[in-house]
Design a protein around this ligand. Sequence first.
Ligand SMILES: Nc1ncnc2c1ncn2[C@@H]1O[C@H](COP(=O)(O)OP(=O)(O)OP(=O)(O)O)[C@@H](O)[C@H]1O
Ligand SMILES: [Mg+2]
Length: 275
Amino acid sequence: MTNEVPLPGGDVTEGIVRVGGTVRRPLGPHSPLVHAVLGHLESVGFEGAPRFLGLDDRGREVLTFVEGEVAGRPHPAWLADDARLASVARLLRAYDDAVAGFEPPAHLLDAVAPPDLPGMPPEPSVPDGAERFIGHLDVTPENVVFRGGQAVALIDFDLLRPATRVDEVVNLCLHWAPLSPEQDRSDPLRRADAVVRTRLVADAYGLDDPARALLVPTAIRRTERSWHLMRHRAQTLGGGWARMWADGVGETILRRLEWLEAEGDRITVGLGVGR
Ligand SMILES: Nc1ncnc2c1ncn2[C@@H]1O[C@H](COP(=O)(O)OP(=O)(O)OP(=O)(O)O)[C@@H](O)[C@H]1O
Ligand SMILES: [Mg+2]
């Protein structure tokens, strides 16, 4: 029997293993959408994602293993490298452009629609005429593969859902600028200048001015919504979600909100909006 090597990663999915040149992951309600998106990316020749190879005899999804360097814990010092960050933003732009032409069947989207929770504020406003496409929305350091110091692939498409370019850039900045107070950052990013790094991401991604103007309000609204969503997942799904909630992710989200409200104007000015 081929050797199964555990791949430790995020907080939620257990049982992810490497088998030779492939990765095996358990399925979830989102999986049919992920497989459709990966199939689309393959059909348009997008190289920055694993290929979906089908299901194995144990009903797990089989993906190609992408060779390269992925940040683990503790976070490596290179997370603070601006050139790497720009390459992540360019990769995300390339993904968004590649997925933009894809319209999944409605029932695949139903499976990932967020619940309407009492007290949860509505989705953020979007720029006039903004494109919507299936965003990655989980561009954490652990979900990007690098080669030669450049981001070459996104992995872990479990949080795919309809998004705008602002949503994608906000998510990237959340983890990489990062948009959080010093106490909640890992060591390499503790002293990173989030204003400068957000601008760098917006420039490398090619975010237009109307989208830049909505970046901070979108980050605030997404943060407010994530508090409700995380609490709901902890209550209804248990497992890693309940563990994260017990470990204080709710408080971390509220500290982020406070930080965004304090730093938001500096970030918006740093983005060069209204020049
Ligand atoms: N296709 C792949 N190619 C290369 N490495 C991979 C691939 N899939 C996963 N990995 C490695 O395994 C780790 C965990 O995998 P993945 O990100 O898919 O799941 P996870 O983060 O544990 O799950 P979740 O975020 O849902 O809790 C990644 O951080 C990466 O190091
Ligand atoms: Mg992951």
